[in-house]
Ligand binder design. Structure first.
Ligand code: HEM
Length: 469
């Protein structure tokens, strides 16, 4: 990505020729070998819904890297078969029982206060991408294990810096492309030695929290605590104490690390995408705002104060949910599966009639599926009506998986509901409090411009907010 091209321009030149000429299937070299990319709904459904036939590939290319050091190998993402089921058995109920709606709302309020203290005028501009990273870090710290990063109030505090350094160091392209550097030579490179020591600090802090929680939870009445106020670590340990399964401290640690990596940037990117598209479409923004007001204040009163939606309210935000889905279609954080799937025997790839040999590696190319012109008319246009009852999304669904930002099947994202509720609460509160627009000099005026490198993030996303109260 040398030139600052918009996403549609990049897609047209780089990927569309492959997707369209290949009828939604083509192969690409990905370091681990050739991987079949799928952007066609029948084949996507076949690969994702038959998890036993297409398990995650166990070729661990990142073995020995800082990235792997942080996440470990005993977690819900890297394991398969019985091992994976053991993790999902504990992790799934924790996510289902946790709905920290109040936490999302209180943190949104805190963010508005911080903005307005720094910007006393009625209209101001913020680096929204950066704020979403800080907001979602505060959320995952508290919702994950009851830890206050305070990244919004003070971006330079100790643990926020340790965490940000760890994430940046573990994603450095050079070390991901040449894992041998971390595996065998990190002791020779002072900056890399420091990066591993920094990871030890963060992991050490997580270990202490796990030990502390194990001890305290044995001695308190868990039923006396409100379910919504419990963090994920508490809920996982509780499941074990109730005899619902067992994870060692290392397994708990590795899963907490995964929740950070999988749950922090992803929701930040999703929220940034939704706010960006709302900024570009004032009439859609107004329609979503009116729905939020009608749900929260059915008597027509519109108080000039922030009100945190309840979980029940968030289920009634039908149009806002369409906005979120459309923003995930256009700019969802997962552009393809994190780990390729490996065919366990020879089979016919659905919708193509082509036989694929045992051992073939596949990925569902979520980005291309979501921009495939054969599935989505005018694919770059933001149009939440695609997701209304009877709309294009519903019609596509009869034909396979055309919209799948969280993957699907048994290995669907376990944090999906948490992320969707977080997005609904945050967007509803933003819409009530502010009119949202793009600054005149925004680099994104004609389409989203992405950062280079491995992350699918909008570059320098400045957003203008005008107070409504
Ligand atoms: C917009 C937000 C999010 C998106 C688009 C997203 C997307 C995805 C996708 C595509 C996968 C499948 C990866 C694969 O199979 O290779 C996945 C898995 C997963 N996600 Fe998310 N995710 C989001 C938020 C979260 C959050 C908030 C958490 C936790 C705090 C989370 C935790 C996980 C975990 C643990 C898995 C592995 C599940 C398993 O293999 O059983 N995600 N996510």
């Amino acid at each position: 990505m040398v030139k600052k091209e918009t996403l549609p321009e990049l897609y047209e030149s780089l990927f569309k020729p492959l997707t369209v000429q290949g009828h939604g299937v083509y192969v690409r070299e990905e370091g681990s070998g050739w991987v079949v990319h799928i952007s066609q709904p029948q084949a996507a459904k076949q690969i994702l819904l038959k998890a036993d036939m297409f398990p995650k590939s166990q070729r661990n290319l990142l073995k020995g890297t800082l990235f792997n050091y942080f996440l470990g190998t005993e977690n819900i993402v890297t394991t398969t078969g019985h091992e994976w089921k053991k993790h999902r058995l504990i992790v799934n109920p924790a996510f289902h029982r946790s709905s920290p709606v109040k936490l999302f709302g209180e943190l949104a309020k805190q963010m508005f206060t911080l903005w307005e203290t720094k910007n006393p005028e009625s209209t101001f501009t913020v680096d929204f991408g950066n704020w979403m990273e800080r907001f979602t870090l505060d959320v995952i710290g508290q919702a994950g294990f009851g830890f206050e990063f305070d990244a919004m109030a003070n971006e330079n505090n100790y643990w926020t810096q340790v965490y940000n350094k760890l994430i940046n160091d573990s994603r450095r392209p050079l070390y991901l492309m040449f894992p041998i550097l971390d595996r065998h030579l990190s002791w020779l490179i002072p900056s890399r030695r420091a990066a591993f020591q920094n990871a030890d600090k963060f992991l050490g802090m997580l270990k202490q929290i796990i030990e502390h929680k194990r001890k305290t939870l044995k001695s308190i009445d868990m039923d006396a605590m409100d379910e919504c106020d419990k963090d994920l670590l508490t809920l996982m340990i509780e499941s074990q104490l109730r005899g619902e399964g067992q994870l060692t401290d290392t397994e708990l640690l590795n899963n907490l690390a995964i929740f950070f990596l999988a749950g922090h940037d992803t929701t930040a990117i999703a929220l940034s995408s939704a706010v960006y598209w709302l900024a570009r479409h004032p009439h859609i923004q107004e329609k979503a705002r009116q729905e939020v007001n009608a749900v929260l204040f059915p008597d027509g009163s519109l108080p000039d104060e922030d009100v945190v939606p309840t979980l029940e309210n968030t289920k009634q935000f039908i149009y806002l949910n369409q906005v979120i889905k459309e923003a995930l279609r256009l700019g969802g954080p997962a552009t393809q599966l994190g780990t390729p799937r490996e065919a366990q025997k020879e089979f016919e790839l659905a919708g193509t009639g082509v036989m694929m040999p045992k051992g073939t590696m596949f990925t569902v190319n979520i980005f291309e599926l979501h921009h495939n012109p054969e599935l989505w008319e005018d694919p770059y246009t933001f149009n939440p009506d695609r997701f209304e009852a009877g709309g294009a999304a519903e019609q596509n669904a009869g034909n396979g998986l055309a919209w799948t930002p969280f993957s699907n099947g048994t290995r669907q994202c376990v944090g999906m509901n948490m992320s969707l509720v977080e997005q609904r609460v945050t967007l509803a509160m933003l819409l009530r409090h502010y009119d949202i627009s793009l600054p005149k000099d925004s680099i994104h005026r004609h389409g989203p411009v992405m950062k280079g490198g491995f992350q699918f993030k909008q570059a320098n996303l400045q957003i203008e907010f005008k107070k409504r109260f």
